[in-house]
Design a protein around this ligand. Structure first.
Ligand code: NAD
Length: 487
């Protein structure tokens, strides 16, 4: 069993039993972690608060150096982390290499951003006065992380939170807690005790007590809409700062001018990366009616060429899904689409020849419409539903016809279409011709039901800083605008 990390020590804490962590490619149990409790959250928050007293006051250079040290330890342990991540999450090793590179770079990036500024000075109303804005840490930040990018989404919260002077209690997903504990043991060990704490457990038993804890002023959460809504209902009355990164139903629009072969590759990557289990996965594809045949054939041909297999095999393009319940969801969406008249052009079933593992064939569907679950609800699996449009304006309306607003993709080199797209589409990230590529300095997050949080960039640091305005008059003297009004 791997242990939780509280106040710089590995412990079973007050856990009640264990949680098994499985390999999605083999269904074998990899290891176990403690099934944490509210008491463990209590200890972790206490240790975070104690550590906060000195961490918030630490000199900017010293703190930056400690965060760079975390980054360099991640780089030196990269091979082992990638291996463990592939075992517990399932996606191909090359995708995990990229994730771990991102994690290290996020710590390097925020190490520097954290010492760049602490606010600003503004012009005073009178010459005897001095006005400035302080950006201050909040205290202990609760970081609740999902399983699909267990380390990257942890780093996008933890690195800026620490750089801003907060301490953290991390609640990793019960599906993928091993890599977070590995980081605690090998990469966070140089930080003062209590600055980073990791409590493993189920959402209701550890996540919820963290959300409801009176001494945790910020909750940074990435996960499903339903969990986000529940968290908001607890945290809002406590006036907590809520940072919610929720689900999506992203669309890709292929414009008439796009090359079919290139569009097919872009769409497959956008829809099937991490077996479609990316919050910004393309889950709806709109193709022009005039060229529907060419685009459809190119997409089907390319998707058929992709290799399904265990993440650890170099030849694998698409790994297993992370668990059986997630596979059942895509199965129900495909079944619903079929019932309502959609055609499955390739895939649509569990692959033959795999006795074990939560695999599902990459699936292309045509003849879909917005009455179907697969075009309305988050599928979070390897599906590529194709819907025809008759005009570009109609395509943009279809893209916006969702409660979510995380990202959107356009494949085109037509400047008028591009401008219309980025101006009219209601989504936090717009990708033109290069889907799903992030940028450290580019804020990432959603609109509408995808939650309004932003990670990365200066916005990602400001999430973890409170604004304080200091108004300072050098002279303590009677002011003519004080009482009495009739002097
Ligand atoms: P989830 O909501 O089931 O769980 C996320 C985390 O919340 C886990 O650690 C879980 O234990 C915890 N949790 C569950 N119930 C809780 C509660 N009542 N109180 C506090 N914590 C609780 O999501 P998941 O299945 O792990 O992840 C997939 C979802 O995450 C998808 O909907 C996906 O779109 C979303 N996601 C969003 C982004 C983004 O940046 N917007 C990125 C990745 C994933």
């Amino acid at each position: 069993m791997k242990l939780m990390y509280i106040n710089g020590e590995f412990t079973k804490g007050m856990s009640q039993g264990e949680i098994e962590v499985s390999n999605p490619a083999t269904e074998e149990v990899l290891d176990t972690v403690p099934r944490g409790t509210a008491e463990d959250i209590e200890s972790a928050v206490r240790s975070g608060n104690e550590a906060y007293k000195s961490w918030r006051k630490m000199g900017a250079n010293e703190r930056a150096n400690l965060l760079h040290e975390v980054a360099s330890k991640i780089k030196s342990h990269q091979k082992a982390i990638v291996h463990l991540l592939t075992l517990e999450e399932g996606k191909p090793i090359s995708e995990n290499e990229e994730e771990v590179e991102w994690v290290a770079s996020t710590f390097d990036y925020y190490a520097e951003l954290g010492r760049h500024d602490r606010g600003r000075v503004i012009p005073p109303g009178e010459s005897s006065q001095f006005n400035f804005i302080l950006k201050e840490p909040y205290g202990v930040v609760g970081c609740i992380v999902p399983w699909n990018y267990p380390l990257m989404l942890l780093a996008w919260k933890v690195a800026p939170a620490l750089a801003a002077g907060n301490t953290v209690v991390i609640k990793p997903s019960e599906v993928t807690p091993l890599t977070a504990l590995y980081l605690a043991e090998h990469c966070f060990d140089g930080l003062p005790a209590g600055v980073v704490n990791v409590v493993t457990g189920f959402g209701m038993e550890t996540g919820e007590p963290l959300v409801r804890h009176a001494d945790v002023p910020v909750i940074a959460f990435t996960g499903s809409l339903a969990t986000g809504q529940r968290i908001a209902s607890h945290a809002a009355p406590m006036m907590k700062k809520l940072h919610l990164e929720l689900g999506g139903k992203d669309a890709t629009v292929i414009a008439e001018d796009a090359d079919p072969e290139i569009a097919a590759k872009a769409v497959a990557y956008a829809a099937l990366l991490n077996a479609g289990q990316v919050c910004t996965s393309t889950e709806r594809v709109y193709i022009p009616q005039t060229k529907a045949k060419q685009f459809t054939e190119a997409i089907v041909e390319h998707v058929k060429s992709l290799r399904l297999g265990p993440g650890l095999e170099e030849t694998t393009d698409i790994g297993p899904m992370v668990g059986d319940t997630y596979r059942e969801k895509i199965e129900s969406h495909v079944a619903d689409a079929r019932t309502r008249g959609a055609n499955v052009l390739t895939g649509g079933q569990r692959p033959k020849g795999f006795d074990k593992g939560w695999y599902y064939e990459p699936t292309v569907l045509a003849g879909v419409d917005h009455t179907m679950l697969i075009m309305r609800e988050e599928t979070f699996g390897p599906a590529v539903p194709l819907m025809e449009y008759t005009s570009f304006e109609q395509a943009v309306e279809l893209v916006n016809d969702t409660k979510y607003g995380l990202g959107a993709v356009l494949l085109s080199e037509d400047p008028k279409k591009i401008k219309t797209f980025f101006e009219e589409v209601k989504a936090g990230t717009i990708w033109i011709n290069d889907p799903l590529t992030d940028n450290y300095a580019g804020p990432f997050g959603g609109m509408k039901y995808s939650g309004g949080a932003r990670e990365l960039g200066i916005e990602g640091l400001d999430t973890f800083r409170e604004t304080k305005h200091v108004h300072w008059d050098f002279n303590m003297e009677d002011k003519d605008y004080w009482y009495p009004y009739h002097r």
